[in-house]
Design a protein. Structure first.
Length: 218
């Protein structure tokens, strides 16, 4: 027994056996923190790019022949936004993954219409057959008296000089000049580092980014 008590040949190996797992865990945690930070930054850039596209009217098209405005279907537009986020994050933020709680990535685009006196005095957005915003009142051709197409902001089916119920609308909006658009993207990051994940609810941390822009006249 005394022979083995003084033997230190395997001391380094034993010490390494205790230290190496802790060192590896810390290294993995640091790498994951870096990935989450990178993904969060890229998510913000993606939200900014999307908001600029909405601001320019890229998601809204005016058909002069039928006198109607069309937007991409909510599902199509959301999928397009998600693909931009996934590409920006180099694939770290998946647009398709989900778990028992639902999709990991959620995109919300909302329209916050202005309540300023100047905007209200212009009435609901009204456009002539060429797609140019018409500033006269009422929203119709002054010669033929034919109604012009307009954006029904309060959903009452008629053009209003002073729109009512100008509140934040959920879902993918039509883009009107002067509207305030909020692009919000969130992602539930599933923590990969062992042990660390146990300290977070459902083993996830929420990454979120929101951008507000004012639409241009297009």
């Amino acid at each position: 027994m005394r022979k083995f008590i003084g033997d230190i040949k395997a001391a380094a190996a034993i010490e390494m056996a205790f230290i190496l797992p802790i060192f590896a865990l810390l290294t993995l945690a640091l790498v994951e923190v870096g990935i989450v930070y990178f993904s969060s930054t890229q998510m913000y850039h993606a939200a900014t790019d999307v908001s600029k596209s909405i601001r320019r009217g890229d998601y809204t098209t005016y058909n002069a022949a039928s006198g109607t405005w069309t937007t991409q279907a909510a599902g199509v537009a959301t999928a397009r936004i998600m693909s931009i986020v996934e590409a920006k994050s180099s694939g770290f933020l998946s647009a398709t993954k989900s778990d028992s709680l639902g999709p990991l990535m959620v995109v919300s685009v909302s329209k916050i219409t202005s309540n300023s006196t100047a905007d209200n005095n212009r009435g609901e957005p009204c456009y002539d057959p060429a797609g140019t915003r018409y500033s006269g009142a009422p929203c119709k051709n002054p010669v033929t008296n034919q109604p012009y197409p307009f954006k029904d902001l309060n959903g009452d089916g008629v053009w209003d000089k002073t729109p009512r119920n100008l509140v934040k609308l959920t879902g993918f909006p039509d883009a009107n000049a002067g509207d305030i658009i909020e692009v919000s993207i969130s992602y539930r990051w599933k923590i990969m580092t062992p042990i660390v994940s146990a300290f977070f609810t459902n083993g996830t941390v929420n990454i979120q980014s929101s951008v507000l822009v004012k639409n241009e006249a297009f």
